[in-house]
Design a binder for this molecule. Structure first.
Ligand code: G3P
Ligand code: MG
Length: 242
């Protein structure tokens, strides 16, 4: 199967990360999917943003968990990128609305690393069902307990285990947890002997992140990973010969 190309935080090499323009650009560039990050606002809305706070990517400051959706929506998330002034933070609902009528896969990374958003799993599954997005989403997280909660609520949900380290035989753990995929840092995918072959034999897909160097992307394609997560989907498509 040809390696799929997923746009990391949208086509974030070219447009402000985790914003509607970045997701639109991913579609325009021909990506097969997008990766995005989700936190929860104080009024329980699923907000698409990478950090726990708005400080790095907006003109505001404070934690997402302490602000309402409306307060978050007042901020400018252009993050210094010219031509994107006044771009707003999207809700997950808005991103699903944008991508519903495309063929793109949506890799929803659930951010429960620092702040634990109790109940975020209920909101995620409810939204997926309400928007008719079943089968289009793969949930990932560095917090694997969150993925088990999601699975509990929806036994059909696809889950991918995020990690950065050079783990030994990680497909054994993936099978134990019942995960569909491993989401390793790309170095952990390329530099661990037998890792990709072990996963292939075990039927566990490998979706490495975040490969932005064309040479690394070519190596991952040659190694036969199922998907590459990249800030530059156009370059990854070239590296994949598409
Ligand atoms: O999901 C892949 C990648 O996004 C994980 O790390 O910090 O960029 O969310 P981060
Ligand atoms: Mg992410």
């Amino acid at each position: 199967m040809a390696t799929k190309i997923w746009a990391h935080r949208g086509a974030s090499g070219y447009a402000p990360e985790n914003t509607i323009p970045a997701f639109k650009l991913a579609v325009e560039q021909g990506a097969d999917g997008v990766e995005l990050d989700v936190h929860m606002s104080s009024d329980g809305k699923l907000m698409v943003i990478h950090d726990e706070t708005v400080d790095r990517t907006s003109n505001g400051s404070g934690r997402v968990v302490d602000m309402t959706c409306q307060e978050l929506k007042r901020l400018d998330f252009s993050n210094g990128m010219e031509g994107y002034e006044n771009v707003r933070i999207p809700t997950l609902r808005e991103v699903y609305g944008l991508l519903k009528n495309t063929n793109l896969t949506i890799n929803v990374e659930v951010k429960c690393d620092v702040v634990i958003y109790y109940g975020i799993w209920d909101h995620l599954i409810a939204l997926e069902r309400e928007m008719g997005m079943q089968g289009r989403i793969i949930y990932s997280s560095f917090n694997h307990y969150v993925l088990l909660k999601i699975r509990e609520l929806d036994p059909e949900a696809k889950i991918g285990l995020l990690y950065s380290e050079a783990l030994v035989d990680p497909w054994v753990y993936a099978k134990y947890v019942g995960a569909n995929a491993l989401h390793p840092h790309y170095l952990a995918a390329l530099n661990c002997p037998g890792m990709l072959e072990g996963c292939r034999k075990a039927g566990v897909d490998v979706h490495p992140w975040t490969a932005n160097d064309p040479q690394v992307m070519r190596e991952l394609v040659e190694a036969g990973v199922a998907a590459i997560i990249t800030n530059y989907p156009n370059l990854a498509l070239q590296a994949a010969g598409r």
